[in-house]
Design a protein. Structure first.
Lengths: 483, 95
């Protein structure tokens, strides 16, 4: 039996506003507990919410970037449930008339193929506070700083068919919201979180299987693993004659398994109704058109431009444009060095490896775009070879200054002086009588390959600094003269 | 339309309201009266009528994105039955 996995994602994105969605309290991350929770956030009697215009602007930007319908008239509703980190006893959210309607985006998969994922809708809502369960003499501690932080919840159609597609979709959402600057997208701080609806069905089957919802996935890696393990659980269950129960599950990363959230509560019944404290929010065409005019270049457009203007491959252009900061860095290096292809190779190669090793983002790169451009310029004008360049790069990463300073200080300048290289070649030939003899007796076709030995010796003698093209040329002349 | 005891109990639990055994009958009959009124309203033909959000046809005013609220943590924490280390303490909740 061949099974098909069906996935839909609900992505929560914290919007990068200064103040909360319904109050003037700060949203800054990392403040002392409850210092950013005002009377409105605490649901004090007599308070009234006033929506933040910026949250609407950000939501509209997102909608436009997703080619979605914009809700010109959107309505807030109350979603009623009790939990201590939700002081009002309801979450103010949107249901029937959300700010963003149907849309679609293109996702790019690792094998180079693309796929369209449909957006069901996206709505504005408030985040809840945080509950801390440890070390309060058997009680829970509540921090309401996060309560009221604006979120957009982005709901996809069940259009994804593998964990890899789900990750590609999420990366695309991440890419779009960070390009737009409407969220910092920092998953480690919870700025972007994801619930995955997963079901399985036999391939070719039209009807969807019973789904489970995996809650609160907060890294690309966990999402991929959680979906894989949950899909397999469902397949095993059905193949053993069982049935999938519609329920909410949690992913345990340590055990790599999902488990049911055995909540004793009555099945969710949120009793939504329009919030009487808030009127419908009505936007004008002018307002939306003005936002459209201010949208930055988005990942797909940037990717196409990189291919065209810099002559990059589709793969390279895609890799470089997934994150706006990477794209900006690359463009600076390309512009300053005048070598787009070398710039692309270095940003995706040595630089990416360095950042990965040091667990740093490109914004905090130890090697600035200017320094990398300077290094590439020295490769281009033959001051150093590519091999030596890696050494210079490491030194720049250690804070030893720009490329010229490092090359000068370490004496790494490529030797391109004919006399000096001739001497190196002569010395090696003189010291390698048997290899020279073999070369002379060899079949002419085999000779070019045999030169490798001499080149290696000469490079070694020059500590890697001799100009390789010149070695090849001079060496060949000298060996051929011995024939 | 009558509301059975089971529904009353479910609603009470969802709303976190304690309703004693003795009052269930009374509550269910009063809720039934409310629903009867709703039934009467539903008899009105509302085809093509937009749901009313406000009697004056107002729309929501939005505010500028500015931080205007100062930190008043100590005053708010003082209202809570229990607090510690800047946190409100509540009976342990774990999902």
């Amino acid at each position: 039996m061949e099974w098909e996995v069906v996935i839909g994602l609900e992505v929560h994105v914290q919007l990068a506003t200064q103040s909360k969605i319904f109050s003037g309290a700060s949203t800054a991350f990392g403040a002392e507990p409850n210092t950013q929770a005002c009377a409105i956030d605490l649901a004090m009697p007599g308070t009234l919410p006033v929506p933040n215009e910026e949250a609407f602007r950000f939501a509209v930007m997102f909608g436009l970037a997703m080619n979605a319908e914009i809700g010109m008239r959107s309505v807030f509703e109350r979603k009623n449930y009790f939990y201590p980190d939700l002081p009002k006893g309801y979450q103010t959210t949107q249901l029937e008339q959300p700010i963003v309607g149907e849309g679609q985006i293109e996702i790019h998969l690792e094998d180079g193929s693309s796929k369209t994922v449909r957006l069901h809708h996206a709505h504005l809502e408030e985040d809840a506070g945080k509950s801390l369960h440890e070390d309060f003499h058997g009680m829970s501690g509540i921090d309401l700083n996060r309560a009221g932080t604006p979120l957009i919840e982005i709901v996809s159609e069940p259009d994804m068919r593998s964990a890899a597609e789900a990750v590609a979709y999420l990366k695309k959402i991440h890419s779009i919201v960070t390009y737009l600057g409407i969220s910092d997208g920092d998953m480690s701080q919870g700025s972007l979180r994801c619930d995955a609806n997963v079901s399985v069905r036999l391939k070719g089957e039209e009807e969807l299987g019973t789904r489970t919802e995996i809650k609160n996935l907060n890294s690309f890696r966990f999402i991929e693993k959680a979906i894989k393990v949950e899909a397999q659980r469902q397949i095993d269950l059905i193949e053993d004659g069982g049935k999938v129960t519609q329920e909410t599950r949690l992913y345990d990363a340590d055990k790599n398994e999902t488990r049911s959230m055995r909540s004793k509560e009555v099945a969710n019944d949120y009793r939504y109704f329009p919030c009487p404290d808030l009127l419908p929010v009505v936007l004008t065409d002018d307002y939306v058109e003005q936002i459209r005019g201010e949208l930055p270049e988005l990942p797909d457009a940037k990717c196409a431009r990189f291919e065209k203007d810099y002559g990059l491959s589709a793969y390279d252009a895609d890799q470089l444009t997934q994150e706006r900061a990477t794209a900006d860095y690359f463009e600076q290096v390309a512009a300053k060095s005048g070598e787009a292809k070398l710039a692309a190779n270095w940003v995706m190669g040595e630089l990416a490896a360095l950042l990965n090793r040091e667990e740093k983002s490109i914004e905090d790169s130890p090697v600035s775009a200017e320094h990398l451009a300077g290094l590439i310029a020295r490769i281009k004008d033959n001051t150093i070879s590519s091999k030596i360049a890696k050494q210079v790069f490491e030194a720049m990463a250690n804070g030893d200054g720009d490329a010229d300073t490092v090359i000068e200080a370490k004496g790494l300048k490529q030797v391109s002086d004919t006399g000096a290289i001739e001497k190196l070649v002569d010395d090696v030939i003189a010291a390698s009588t048997s290899q020279v003899e073999n070369y002379r007796n060899a079949d002419p076709d085999k000779r070019p390959k045999m030169m490798g030995f001499f080149v290696g010796q000469i490079m070694k003698a020059s500590k890697g600094q001799a100009n390789p093209q010149m070695i090849n040329k001079i060496l060949k002349e000298k060996l051929d003269a011995l024939l | 339309m009558a509301v059975d005891a089971q529904t009353v109990e479910k609603l009470a639990e969802l709303a976190r309201i304690a309703i004693s055994e003795e009052t269930i009958d009374e509550v269910s009959s009063r809720l039934g009266d409310v629903l009867q009124l709703v039934d009467q309203l539903q008899a009105v033909n509302t085809d093509g009528v937009e749901p009313m959000a406000h009697p004056l046809d107002e729309v929501q005013v939005l505010r500028k994105d500015e931080v205007t609220e100062p930190n008043r943590r100590e005053a708010f924490l003082a209202l809570a039955p229990q607090s510690e280390a800047g946190l409100y303490l509540v009976p342990k909740v774990i999902d």
